[in-house]
Design a protein around this ligand. Structure first.
Ligand SMILES: [Zn+2]
Length: 336
């Protein structure tokens, strides 16, 4: 009764003058592949993932979507039917039983190449969880910045002299990032195989006002590990200890820088914040067209961001890097 075929899905979700989004098209393709493979485990997984991404973009009212308008005699629409089909198949598939009771979509979705490697997956999950914690800690910290104290000191370091209109804007932007983590979806793509600037880069997200989902691309720099140094003549045991300690420290440091950069990129994508550029001795401007001109330097280091906050709080509160730095430091302030 709640079954639906691929052809029926395409027919019933068709709507004149409403083009299918990229995510809906991916869902269509996953459904087609699922049917063709007669419901194999991996095609079910792909279908469920594509469905979750699309639902993530629609938000909690996804059943109110125009794609779910063609109801059958018992009042069930195609989106609901597809959801029920996925759930029914998951029941009979022991490998995916774990996700059976999950009613919310996956919040972090990884490319096939990223989910294939356990190290990559761990690094991304760790960064995601830490960035999520960082934006929440930062929001709570700036909320307490109204009165003198360590929170206000931290706030003023990154956003300049306290003033209520600017403060409200900063709170709003951190809240936007919290919402993205709490109710939205972050899709991570792997660009490492590309032999260009994208492949080389740390990470990148398109600027915009994406409140429900953001596509985040990571490059080779994201996965770089910091080297370590051991004194000559050290015993095997000492060497092992030194390496472990160095790696632990390096990992902690790189993790927090990674978090800062991720918050920077997500600020572009979800709050539509620009980069601010600096020209010696003391001129600042919003990066024209997102490109730092020759003779200018992008404010994306702690030193430049601190100077920016002093020189122009109005520009500091729009520079996405100041949010990344503030979030990174808020973690340290709260001993997290
Ligand atoms: Zn940027």
């Amino acid at each position: 009764m709640t079954d639906i075929t691929y052809d029926e899905w395409m027919n019933q979700t068709k709507k004149r003058f409403h083009r299918r989004s990229a995510e809906l098209k991916r869902l269509d393709a996953a459904f087609k592949a699922f049917e063709r493979s007669k419901g194999s485990g991996s095609s079910l997984q792909n279908l469920a993932q594509a469905f979750n991404i699309w639902v993530g973009i629609k938000g909690s009212d996804y059943l109110g979507s125009i794609r779910n308008r063609k109801l059958d005699a018992s009042g069930v629409g195609p989106v609901e039917k597809l959801q029920s089909l996925i759930r029914t198949h998951r029941m009979s598939n022991i490998a995916t039983i774990r996700t059976l009771h999950r009613d919310v979509p996956d919040r972090l979705v990884l490319d096939a190449t990223l989910s294939a490697n356990i190290g990559d997956k761990t690094k991304l999950r760790e960064t995601y969880n830490r960035a999520k914690m960082a934006v929440h800690v930062a929001r709570d910290t700036v909320l307490k910045a109204k009165t003198a104290g360590p929170e206000q000191t931290l706030y003023e370091k990154w956003f300049g002299t306290f003033e209520s209109t600017r403060h409200l804007q900063v709170v709003k932007n951190f809240q936007g990032l919290c919402n993205l983590f709490d109710t939205g979806v972050i899709i991570v793509h792997d660009a490492r195989a590309q032999m260009d600037a994208w492949g080389e880069c740390f990470g990148f997200a398109m600027p915009g006002n994406k409140k429900n989902y953001v596509e985040f691309t990571v490059g080779r720099a994201f996965f770089l590990k910091t080297g370590y140094h051991v004194v000559p003549g050290a015993t095997h045991r000492q060497r092992g200890q030194a390496v472990r300690q160095a790696l632990k420290q390096a990992y902690k440091n790189t993790t927090d820088w990674t978090v800062g950069t991720m918050v920077h990129e997500l600020g572009h994508a979800t709050n539509n914040l620009p980069d601010v550029d600096f020209q010696a001795p003391n001129t600042y401007q919003v990066s024209p067209g997102g490109m730092t001109p020759d003779g200018w330097e992008q404010c994306s280091t702690p030193a430049l961001d601190v100077d920016l906050a002093l020189a122009s709080p109005d520009l500091a509160i729009v520079n996405t890097d100041n949010y990344g730095q503030c979030a990174r430091e808020a973690l340290a302030l709260k001993g997290r």
